[in-house]
Design a protein around this ligand. Structure first.
Ligand SMILES: NC(=O)c1ccc[n+]([C@@H]2O[C@H](COP(=O)([O-])OP(=O)(O)OC[C@H]3O[C@@H](n4cnc5c(N)ncnc54)[C@H](OP(=O)(O)O)[C@@H]3O)[C@@H](O)[C@H]2O)c1
Length: 445
Protein backbone atom coordinates (compact mmCIF):
# COMPACT_ATOMS: atom_id res chain seq x y z
CA UNK A 1 0.00 0.00 0.00
CA UNK A 2 2.90 2.34 0.82
CA UNK A 3 4.26 1.98 -2.74
CA UNK A 4 0.88 2.94 -4.15
CA UNK A 5 0.72 5.97 -1.89
CA UNK A 6 4.33 6.95 -2.73
CA UNK A 7 3.50 6.84 -6.45
CA UNK A 8 0.48 9.09 -5.94
CA UNK A 9 2.34 11.53 -3.71
CA UNK A 10 5.28 11.73 -6.15
CA UNK A 11 2.94 13.37 -8.65
CA UNK A 12 5.01 12.16 -11.62
CA UNK A 13 4.43 8.40 -11.76
CA UNK A 14 3.45 7.28 -15.27
CA UNK A 15 0.63 4.97 -16.28
CA UNK A 16 3.23 2.22 -16.79
CA UNK A 17 4.59 2.84 -13.27
CA UNK A 18 1.10 2.38 -11.83
CA UNK A 19 0.42 -0.71 -13.92
CA UNK A 20 3.66 -2.25 -12.61
CA UNK A 21 2.81 -1.70 -8.94
CA UNK A 22 2.03 -4.87 -7.04
CA UNK A 23 -1.47 -4.94 -5.57
CA UNK A 24 -1.89 -5.82 -1.90
CA UNK A 25 -3.91 -8.89 -0.96
CA UNK A 26 -6.01 -6.94 1.51
CA UNK A 27 -6.89 -3.35 2.37
CA UNK A 28 -8.41 -1.33 5.22
CA UNK A 29 -12.07 -0.55 4.86
CA UNK A 30 -15.02 0.78 6.86
CA UNK A 31 -17.43 -2.11 7.16
CA UNK A 32 -20.72 -3.23 8.61
CA UNK A 33 -20.95 -6.81 9.90
CA UNK A 34 -23.87 -8.97 8.83
CA UNK A 35 -24.05 -10.72 12.19
CA UNK A 36 -24.72 -7.34 13.83
CA UNK A 37 -27.80 -6.46 11.77
CA UNK A 38 -30.00 -6.64 14.88
CA UNK A 39 -27.66 -4.79 17.24
CA UNK A 40 -29.91 -1.72 17.52
CA UNK A 41 -33.24 -3.56 17.69
CA UNK A 42 -35.70 -1.70 19.91
CA UNK A 43 -33.71 1.57 20.06
CA UNK A 44 -35.04 4.90 18.81
CA UNK A 45 -33.34 6.00 15.56
CA UNK A 46 -31.49 8.83 17.26
CA UNK A 47 -29.97 6.46 19.81
CA UNK A 48 -28.53 4.13 17.18
CA UNK A 49 -24.84 5.02 17.21
CA UNK A 50 -22.83 4.54 13.98
CA UNK A 51 -19.63 4.43 16.07
CA UNK A 52 -20.80 1.03 17.34
CA UNK A 53 -21.78 -0.50 14.00
CA UNK A 54 -18.99 0.83 11.75
CA UNK A 55 -15.74 -1.13 11.91
CA UNK A 56 -12.33 -0.59 10.37
CA UNK A 57 -11.28 -4.00 9.03
CA UNK A 58 -8.68 -5.56 6.76
CA UNK A 59 -10.65 -7.09 3.91
CA UNK A 60 -9.46 -9.16 0.92
CA UNK A 61 -9.01 -7.43 -2.42
CA UNK A 62 -11.94 -8.35 -4.71
CA UNK A 63 -11.27 -9.84 -8.11
CA UNK A 64 -11.45 -7.27 -10.93
CA UNK A 65 -14.21 -7.93 -13.46
CA UNK A 66 -14.80 -6.74 -17.05
CA UNK A 67 -15.69 -3.05 -17.33
CA UNK A 68 -14.44 -2.33 -13.83
CA UNK A 69 -11.62 -0.36 -12.22
CA UNK A 70 -9.72 -0.76 -9.02
CA UNK A 71 -9.07 2.69 -7.55
CA UNK A 72 -6.66 3.82 -4.83
CA UNK A 73 -8.90 6.01 -2.70
CA UNK A 74 -7.27 9.16 -1.34
CA UNK A 75 -10.46 10.55 0.19
CA UNK A 76 -14.17 9.86 0.49
CA UNK A 77 -17.10 11.48 2.26
CA UNK A 78 -20.03 10.69 4.50
CA UNK A 79 -23.44 10.72 2.87
CA UNK A 80 -26.77 10.27 4.53
CA UNK A 81 -26.85 6.76 3.04
CA UNK A 82 -23.83 5.99 5.26
CA UNK A 83 -26.06 6.94 8.19
CA UNK A 84 -28.99 4.82 6.97
CA UNK A 85 -26.64 1.84 6.43
CA UNK A 86 -24.97 2.20 9.81
CA UNK A 87 -28.24 2.25 11.75
CA UNK A 88 -29.74 -0.54 9.58
CA UNK A 89 -32.70 1.69 8.61
CA UNK A 90 -35.13 1.53 6.94
CA UNK A 91 -33.71 -1.92 6.11
CA UNK A 92 -30.38 -3.67 6.48
CA UNK A 93 -28.17 -3.20 3.40
CA UNK A 94 -27.21 -6.89 3.49
CA UNK A 95 -30.55 -7.64 1.80
CA UNK A 96 -29.39 -5.48 -1.15
CA UNK A 97 -26.13 -7.42 -1.37
CA UNK A 98 -27.90 -10.78 -1.26
CA UNK A 99 -30.28 -9.76 -4.06
CA UNK A 100 -27.44 -8.37 -6.18
CA UNK A 101 -25.46 -11.54 -5.58
CA UNK A 102 -28.20 -13.65 -7.16
CA UNK A 103 -27.81 -11.89 -10.54
CA UNK A 104 -24.58 -13.47 -11.85
CA UNK A 105 -21.33 -15.09 -10.75
CA UNK A 106 -19.68 -11.67 -11.01
CA UNK A 107 -22.22 -9.93 -8.78
CA UNK A 108 -21.97 -12.82 -6.33
CA UNK A 109 -18.66 -11.23 -5.24
CA UNK A 110 -20.73 -8.50 -3.50
CA UNK A 111 -22.69 -10.87 -1.25
CA UNK A 112 -20.36 -11.07 1.74
CA UNK A 113 -20.74 -11.15 5.53
CA UNK A 114 -19.33 -7.60 5.59
CA UNK A 115 -20.32 -4.49 3.65
CA UNK A 116 -17.69 -1.91 2.64
CA UNK A 117 -19.63 1.36 2.59
CA UNK A 118 -19.10 4.69 0.86
CA UNK A 119 -20.62 6.30 -2.25
CA UNK A 120 -17.96 8.93 -3.01
CA UNK A 121 -14.27 8.83 -3.80
CA UNK A 122 -11.38 10.80 -5.20
CA UNK A 123 -8.30 8.81 -6.09
CA UNK A 124 -6.17 7.18 -8.76
CA UNK A 125 -6.97 4.28 -11.09
CA UNK A 126 -4.69 1.30 -10.40
CA UNK A 127 -6.08 -1.35 -12.76
CA UNK A 128 -8.85 -1.62 -15.32
CA UNK A 129 -10.70 -4.77 -16.33
CA UNK A 130 -11.28 -6.32 -19.75
CA UNK A 131 -12.97 -4.12 -22.33
CA UNK A 132 -12.00 -0.80 -20.74
CA UNK A 133 -10.46 1.73 -23.10
CA UNK A 134 -11.48 5.13 -21.75
CA UNK A 135 -9.53 4.94 -18.49
CA UNK A 136 -6.06 3.73 -17.57
CA UNK A 137 -3.84 3.26 -14.52
CA UNK A 138 -2.66 6.61 -13.18
CA UNK A 139 -5.80 8.57 -14.11
CA UNK A 140 -6.86 10.91 -11.31
CA UNK A 141 -10.59 10.46 -10.88
CA UNK A 142 -13.71 10.92 -8.85
CA UNK A 143 -16.51 8.37 -9.01
CA UNK A 144 -20.24 8.89 -9.11
CA UNK A 145 -22.34 6.26 -7.40
CA UNK A 146 -24.68 4.98 -10.13
CA UNK A 147 -24.15 1.27 -10.76
CA UNK A 148 -26.12 -0.17 -13.69
CA UNK A 149 -26.02 -3.39 -15.69
CA UNK A 150 -27.80 -1.94 -18.79
CA UNK A 151 -28.77 -5.34 -20.18
CA UNK A 152 -32.40 -4.31 -20.49
CA UNK A 153 -33.78 -1.69 -22.94
CA UNK A 154 -35.37 0.26 -20.08
CA UNK A 155 -32.25 2.16 -19.09
CA UNK A 156 -31.08 3.24 -22.50
CA UNK A 157 -32.81 6.67 -22.55
CA UNK A 158 -31.98 7.39 -18.93
CA UNK A 159 -29.71 4.99 -17.08
CA UNK A 160 -31.55 5.67 -13.80
CA UNK A 161 -34.40 3.64 -15.35
CA UNK A 162 -32.30 0.48 -15.60
CA UNK A 163 -34.07 -2.28 -13.64
CA UNK A 164 -30.69 -3.24 -12.17
CA UNK A 165 -29.91 0.32 -11.03
CA UNK A 166 -28.07 0.48 -7.71
CA UNK A 167 -26.21 2.97 -5.56
CA UNK A 168 -22.58 1.90 -5.29
CA UNK A 169 -21.35 1.53 -1.70
CA UNK A 170 -24.92 1.32 -0.42
CA UNK A 171 -26.66 -1.30 -2.54
CA UNK A 172 -23.35 -2.77 -3.72
CA UNK A 173 -20.16 -3.69 -1.90
CA UNK A 174 -16.56 -2.39 -2.17
CA UNK A 175 -17.44 1.28 -1.58
CA UNK A 176 -15.28 4.36 -1.18
CA UNK A 177 -14.76 4.52 2.59
CA UNK A 178 -11.62 2.41 2.22
CA UNK A 179 -8.05 2.47 0.95
CA UNK A 180 -9.14 0.78 -2.30
CA UNK A 181 -12.46 0.59 -4.10
CA UNK A 182 -14.02 -1.34 -6.96
CA UNK A 183 -16.20 0.60 -9.42
CA UNK A 184 -17.58 0.19 -12.90
CA UNK A 185 -15.59 2.44 -15.23
CA UNK A 186 -18.80 4.17 -16.35
CA UNK A 187 -18.81 5.65 -12.83
CA UNK A 188 -15.52 7.46 -13.39
CA UNK A 189 -15.15 11.20 -13.99
CA UNK A 190 -12.04 13.37 -14.16
CA UNK A 191 -11.00 14.77 -10.79
CA UNK A 192 -11.37 18.59 -10.69
CA UNK A 193 -7.74 19.70 -10.90
CA UNK A 194 -7.99 22.72 -8.60
CA UNK A 195 -9.31 20.76 -5.63
CA UNK A 196 -7.61 18.73 -2.92
CA UNK A 197 -8.44 15.03 -2.68
CA UNK A 198 -10.91 15.58 0.16
CA UNK A 199 -12.59 18.53 -1.55
CA UNK A 200 -12.90 16.60 -4.81
CA UNK A 201 -14.40 13.60 -3.02
CA UNK A 202 -17.14 15.58 -1.29
CA UNK A 203 -19.57 16.84 -3.99
CA UNK A 204 -20.18 13.58 -5.96
CA UNK A 205 -23.39 12.03 -4.64
CA UNK A 206 -25.19 15.14 -3.41
CA UNK A 207 -24.07 17.41 -6.25
CA UNK A 208 -25.25 14.98 -8.93
CA UNK A 209 -28.53 14.38 -7.07
CA UNK A 210 -29.23 18.09 -6.68
CA UNK A 211 -28.38 18.67 -10.36
CA UNK A 212 -30.92 16.11 -11.58
CA UNK A 213 -33.53 17.04 -8.98
CA UNK A 214 -33.44 20.78 -9.63
CA UNK A 215 -31.80 21.54 -12.98
CA UNK A 216 -32.28 18.54 -15.26
CA UNK A 217 -35.44 18.07 -17.31
CA UNK A 218 -35.71 14.71 -15.55
CA UNK A 219 -36.29 16.71 -12.35
CA UNK A 220 -37.81 20.17 -11.88
CA UNK A 221 -36.15 21.74 -14.94
CA UNK A 222 -35.50 25.01 -13.08
CA UNK A 223 -35.41 28.18 -15.21
CA UNK A 224 -34.22 31.75 -14.77
CA UNK A 225 -36.35 33.76 -12.38
CA UNK A 226 -37.87 30.77 -10.58
CA UNK A 227 -38.43 31.04 -6.84
CA UNK A 228 -37.08 27.84 -5.27
CA UNK A 229 -37.82 26.81 -1.70
CA UNK A 230 -34.86 24.74 -0.47
CA UNK A 231 -35.22 22.73 2.72
CA UNK A 232 -31.96 22.09 4.60
CA UNK A 233 -30.25 24.68 2.42
CA UNK A 234 -26.86 24.39 4.15
CA UNK A 235 -26.92 20.57 4.30
CA UNK A 236 -25.48 18.03 1.87
CA UNK A 237 -28.08 18.31 -0.89
CA UNK A 238 -29.31 21.79 -0.03
CA UNK A 239 -25.88 23.40 -0.25
CA UNK A 240 -25.70 22.34 -3.91
CA UNK A 241 -29.34 23.18 -4.66
CA UNK A 242 -28.68 26.69 -3.33
CA UNK A 243 -25.64 27.07 -5.57
CA UNK A 244 -27.58 25.79 -8.62
CA UNK A 245 -30.43 28.20 -7.96
CA UNK A 246 -28.03 31.13 -7.70
CA UNK A 247 -25.92 30.08 -10.69
CA UNK A 248 -29.03 29.48 -12.82
CA UNK A 249 -30.60 32.89 -12.25
CA UNK A 250 -33.27 31.63 -9.85
CA UNK A 251 -34.01 32.91 -6.35
CA UNK A 252 -33.37 30.40 -3.57
CA UNK A 253 -35.50 30.72 -0.46
CA UNK A 254 -33.31 28.85 2.00
CA UNK A 255 -34.73 27.09 5.05
CA UNK A 256 -32.25 26.26 7.83
CA UNK A 257 -32.38 25.68 11.58
CA UNK A 258 -29.74 27.96 13.13
CA UNK A 259 -28.10 31.39 12.72
CA UNK A 260 -24.79 29.69 11.75
CA UNK A 261 -26.52 27.81 8.95
CA UNK A 262 -28.20 31.04 7.84
CA UNK A 263 -24.75 32.64 7.73
CA UNK A 264 -23.49 29.87 5.44
CA UNK A 265 -26.38 30.48 3.04
CA UNK A 266 -25.50 34.17 3.03
CA UNK A 267 -21.87 33.26 2.27
CA UNK A 268 -23.10 31.30 -0.76
CA UNK A 269 -24.90 34.45 -1.95
CA UNK A 270 -28.50 33.74 -0.85
CA UNK A 271 -30.56 36.58 0.58
CA UNK A 272 -33.93 35.01 1.39
CA UNK A 273 -33.31 32.83 4.43
CA UNK A 274 -35.82 31.37 6.87
CA UNK A 275 -34.63 30.01 10.23
CA UNK A 276 -37.24 27.31 10.90
CA UNK A 277 -36.19 27.03 14.56
CA UNK A 278 -36.49 30.75 15.21
CA UNK A 279 -39.87 30.82 13.41
CA UNK A 280 -40.97 27.78 15.42
CA UNK A 281 -43.05 26.13 12.70
CA UNK A 282 -45.16 23.19 13.91
CA UNK A 283 -46.67 21.66 10.81
CA UNK A 284 -48.00 18.72 12.87
CA UNK A 285 -50.26 19.43 15.85
CA UNK A 286 -49.85 15.83 16.94
CA UNK A 287 -48.67 12.58 15.37
CA UNK A 288 -51.76 12.33 13.13
CA UNK A 289 -52.90 15.90 12.50
CA UNK A 290 -51.31 18.66 10.50
CA UNK A 291 -51.95 22.34 11.06
CA UNK A 292 -52.75 24.17 7.80
CA UNK A 293 -52.41 27.52 9.59
CA UNK A 294 -48.71 26.74 9.95
CA UNK A 295 -48.44 25.96 6.21
CA UNK A 296 -50.03 29.34 5.58
CA UNK A 297 -47.64 31.07 7.98
CA UNK A 298 -44.70 29.60 6.02
CA UNK A 299 -46.32 30.74 2.75
CA UNK A 300 -46.69 34.25 4.17
CA UNK A 301 -43.02 34.33 5.18
CA UNK A 302 -41.99 33.27 1.68
CA UNK A 303 -44.10 36.05 0.15
CA UNK A 304 -42.29 38.62 2.31
CA UNK A 305 -39.11 37.69 0.43
CA UNK A 306 -40.58 37.40 -3.05
CA UNK A 307 -42.76 40.48 -3.20
CA UNK A 308 -45.91 38.38 -2.85
CA UNK A 309 -45.01 35.52 -5.22
CA UNK A 310 -45.29 31.83 -4.34
CA UNK A 311 -42.55 29.34 -5.11
CA UNK A 312 -42.21 27.68 -8.52
CA UNK A 313 -40.29 24.73 -7.12
CA UNK A 314 -39.91 23.10 -3.71
CA UNK A 315 -36.68 21.13 -3.30
CA UNK A 316 -38.03 18.41 -0.97
CA UNK A 317 -36.22 15.78 1.09
CA UNK A 318 -37.25 16.07 4.78
CA UNK A 319 -40.45 14.23 3.82
CA UNK A 320 -43.23 13.58 6.32
CA UNK A 321 -42.62 16.60 8.53
CA UNK A 322 -42.59 19.18 5.73
CA UNK A 323 -44.40 17.65 2.76
CA UNK A 324 -47.88 19.01 3.55
CA UNK A 325 -46.40 22.51 3.82
CA UNK A 326 -44.37 22.02 0.63
CA UNK A 327 -47.45 21.10 -1.41
CA UNK A 328 -49.38 24.05 0.05
CA UNK A 329 -46.79 26.80 -0.58
CA UNK A 330 -46.06 25.83 -4.21
CA UNK A 331 -47.56 28.23 -6.76
CA UNK A 332 -50.31 27.20 -9.17
CA UNK A 333 -48.70 24.95 -11.78
CA UNK A 334 -45.51 24.61 -9.74
CA UNK A 335 -43.42 21.54 -8.90
CA UNK A 336 -42.58 19.73 -5.70
CA UNK A 337 -39.53 17.60 -6.48
CA UNK A 338 -38.62 15.00 -3.88
CA UNK A 339 -35.66 12.65 -3.48
CA UNK A 340 -36.00 11.54 0.13
CA UNK A 341 -37.99 11.28 3.35
CA UNK A 342 -35.54 11.85 6.17
CA UNK A 343 -38.28 12.45 8.77
CA UNK A 344 -40.57 9.64 7.55
CA UNK A 345 -41.73 8.23 4.22
CA UNK A 346 -45.49 8.06 4.80
CA UNK A 347 -46.34 11.55 3.56
CA UNK A 348 -49.65 13.32 4.08
CA UNK A 349 -50.82 16.39 2.17
CA UNK A 350 -54.12 18.02 1.23
CA UNK A 351 -54.71 16.87 -2.33
CA UNK A 352 -57.15 19.71 -3.04
CA UNK A 353 -54.17 22.09 -3.17
CA UNK A 354 -52.45 19.80 -5.64
CA UNK A 355 -55.13 19.05 -8.19
CA UNK A 356 -57.09 22.33 -8.05
CA UNK A 357 -53.87 24.28 -8.55
CA UNK A 358 -52.43 21.88 -11.12
CA UNK A 359 -49.22 21.26 -9.19
CA UNK A 360 -46.90 18.35 -9.89
CA UNK A 361 -45.03 16.06 -7.53
CA UNK A 362 -41.90 14.69 -9.21
CA UNK A 363 -39.84 11.83 -7.81
CA UNK A 364 -36.09 12.10 -8.38
CA UNK A 365 -33.26 9.77 -7.46
CA UNK A 366 -29.50 10.21 -7.87
CA UNK A 367 -28.52 10.99 -11.51
CA UNK A 368 -27.57 9.29 -14.75
CA UNK A 369 -23.95 9.27 -15.98
CA UNK A 370 -24.53 12.33 -18.17
CA UNK A 371 -26.10 14.32 -15.33
CA UNK A 372 -23.29 13.29 -12.96
CA UNK A 373 -20.81 14.37 -15.64
CA UNK A 374 -22.50 17.78 -16.07
CA UNK A 375 -22.53 18.31 -12.31
CA UNK A 376 -18.84 17.37 -12.00
CA UNK A 377 -17.95 19.53 -15.02
CA UNK A 378 -19.39 22.59 -13.26
CA UNK A 379 -17.24 21.81 -10.21
CA UNK A 380 -14.17 21.34 -12.43
CA UNK A 381 -14.81 24.75 -14.05
CA UNK A 382 -15.10 26.49 -10.68
CA UNK A 383 -18.79 27.33 -11.19
CA UNK A 384 -20.06 25.10 -8.36
CA UNK A 385 -17.92 24.60 -5.26
CA UNK A 386 -17.39 21.88 -2.67
CA UNK A 387 -19.17 22.49 0.63
CA UNK A 388 -16.73 20.63 2.85
CA UNK A 389 -16.87 21.74 6.50
CA UNK A 390 -14.86 19.11 8.36
CA UNK A 391 -12.59 16.15 7.59
CA UNK A 392 -12.04 13.00 9.65
CA UNK A 393 -9.47 10.19 9.31
CA UNK A 394 -10.81 6.82 8.14
CA UNK A 395 -10.56 5.50 11.73
CA UNK A 396 -13.14 8.08 12.85
CA UNK A 397 -15.76 7.48 10.17
CA UNK A 398 -18.21 6.42 12.90
CA UNK A 399 -17.95 9.84 14.52
CA UNK A 400 -18.31 11.52 11.11
CA UNK A 401 -21.50 9.54 10.48
CA UNK A 402 -22.81 10.41 13.95
CA UNK A 403 -22.33 14.14 13.22
CA UNK A 404 -24.50 13.80 10.11
CA UNK A 405 -27.02 11.53 11.88
CA UNK A 406 -27.50 14.17 14.61
CA UNK A 407 -27.54 17.09 12.13
CA UNK A 408 -24.48 18.64 13.82
CA UNK A 409 -22.62 19.20 10.57
CA UNK A 410 -22.64 21.84 7.82
CA UNK A 411 -22.52 20.97 4.12
CA UNK A 412 -20.39 17.87 3.68
CA UNK A 413 -18.16 15.90 6.04
CA UNK A 414 -15.04 14.41 4.41
CA UNK A 415 -12.96 11.34 5.23
CA UNK A 416 -9.25 10.87 4.49
CA UNK A 417 -8.54 7.34 3.23
CA UNK A 418 -5.01 6.92 1.82
CA UNK A 419 -4.25 10.66 1.94
CA UNK A 420 -1.93 11.19 4.94
CA UNK A 421 -3.14 14.76 5.46
CA UNK A 422 -5.50 17.36 4.07
CA UNK A 423 -4.50 19.78 1.33
CA UNK A 424 -2.88 17.36 -1.15
CA UNK A 425 -3.72 16.68 -4.79
CA UNK A 426 -4.10 20.21 -6.22
CA UNK A 427 -2.86 20.32 -9.83
CA UNK A 428 -4.26 23.69 -10.99
CA UNK A 429 -3.21 26.32 -8.46
CA UNK A 430 -4.26 29.25 -10.63
CA UNK A 431 -7.91 28.17 -10.85
CA UNK A 432 -7.86 27.37 -7.14
CA UNK A 433 -6.60 30.85 -6.25
CA UNK A 434 -9.53 32.38 -8.16
CA UNK A 435 -12.09 30.51 -6.05
CA UNK A 436 -10.37 29.94 -2.71
CA UNK A 437 -12.92 31.95 -0.72
CA UNK A 438 -15.87 29.99 -2.08
CA UNK A 439 -14.06 26.64 -1.74
CA UNK A 440 -13.48 27.35 1.96
CA UNK A 441 -16.86 28.98 2.62
CA UNK A 442 -18.14 26.12 4.77
CA UNK A 443 -14.89 25.81 6.73
CA UNK A 444 -14.74 29.35 7.97
CA UNK A 445 -18.09 29.41 9.79
N1 LIG B 1 -32.44 9.91 -3.67
C1 LIG B 1 -31.20 10.29 -3.70
O1 LIG B 1 -30.52 10.07 -4.69
C2 LIG B 1 -30.61 10.99 -2.52
C3 LIG B 1 -29.34 11.55 -2.63
C4 LIG B 1 -28.80 12.23 -1.55
C5 LIG B 1 -29.49 12.27 -0.36
N2 LIG B 1 -30.70 11.66 -0.26
C6 LIG B 1 -31.44 11.71 0.99
O2 LIG B 1 -31.78 13.07 1.22
C7 LIG B 1 -31.82 13.34 2.61
C8 LIG B 1 -30.93 14.55 2.91
O3 LIG B 1 -29.59 14.24 2.55
P1 LIG B 1 -28.43 15.30 2.81
O4 LIG B 1 -27.17 14.73 2.35
O5 LIG B 1 -28.83 16.63 2.29
O6 LIG B 1 -28.47 15.31 4.41
P2 LIG B 1 -27.99 16.44 5.41
O7 LIG B 1 -26.61 16.89 5.07
O8 LIG B 1 -28.25 15.90 6.77
O9 LIG B 1 -28.95 17.68 5.14
C9 LIG B 1 -30.35 17.59 5.30
C10 LIG B 1 -30.87 18.87 5.93
O10 LIG B 1 -32.29 18.77 5.98
C11 LIG B 1 -32.76 19.53 7.06
N3 LIG B 1 -33.73 18.74 7.79
C12 LIG B 1 -33.55 17.55 8.41
N4 LIG B 1 -34.67 17.14 9.00
C13 LIG B 1 -35.61 18.10 8.75
C14 LIG B 1 -36.96 18.27 9.09
N5 LIG B 1 -37.60 17.36 9.83
N6 LIG B 1 -37.60 19.39 8.66
C15 LIG B 1 -36.96 20.31 7.92
N7 LIG B 1 -35.67 20.22 7.57
C16 LIG B 1 -35.00 19.11 7.98
C17 LIG B 1 -31.57 19.86 7.96
O11 LIG B 1 -31.29 21.24 7.81
P3 LIG B 1 -31.73 22.34 8.90
O12 LIG B 1 -31.70 21.64 10.23
O13 LIG B 1 -30.73 23.42 8.76
O14 LIG B 1 -33.11 22.80 8.50
C18 LIG B 1 -30.42 19.07 7.36
O15 LIG B 1 -29.21 19.77 7.40
C19 LIG B 1 -31.39 12.06 3.30
O16 LIG B 1 -32.54 11.36 3.71
C20 LIG B 1 -30.67 11.30 2.22
O17 LIG B 1 -30.68 9.90 2.41
C21 LIG B 1 -31.28 11.04 -1.32
Amino acid sequence: MQEILDAILSGDATSADYAALALPESYRAVTLHKDEEQMFAGLASRDKDPRKSLHLDDVPLPELGPGEALVAVMASSVNYNTVWSSIFEPVSTFGFLERYGRLSPLTKRHDLPYHVLGSDLAGVVLRTGAGVNAWKPGDEVVAHCLSVELESPDGHNDTMMDPEQRIWGFETNFGGLAQLALVKTNQLLPKPKHLTWEEAASPGLVNSTAYRQLVSRNGAGMKQGDNVLIWGASGGLGSYATQYALAGGATPICVVSSPQKAEICRAMGAEAIIDRSAEGYRFWKDEHTQDPREWKRLGGKIREFTGGEDVDIVFEHPGRETFGASVYVTRKGGTIVTCASTSGYMHQYDNRYLWMSLKRIVGSHFANYREAFEANRLVAKGRIHPTLSKVYPLEETGQAALDVHHNKHQGKVGVLCLAPQEGLGVRDHELRAQHLGKINAFRNI
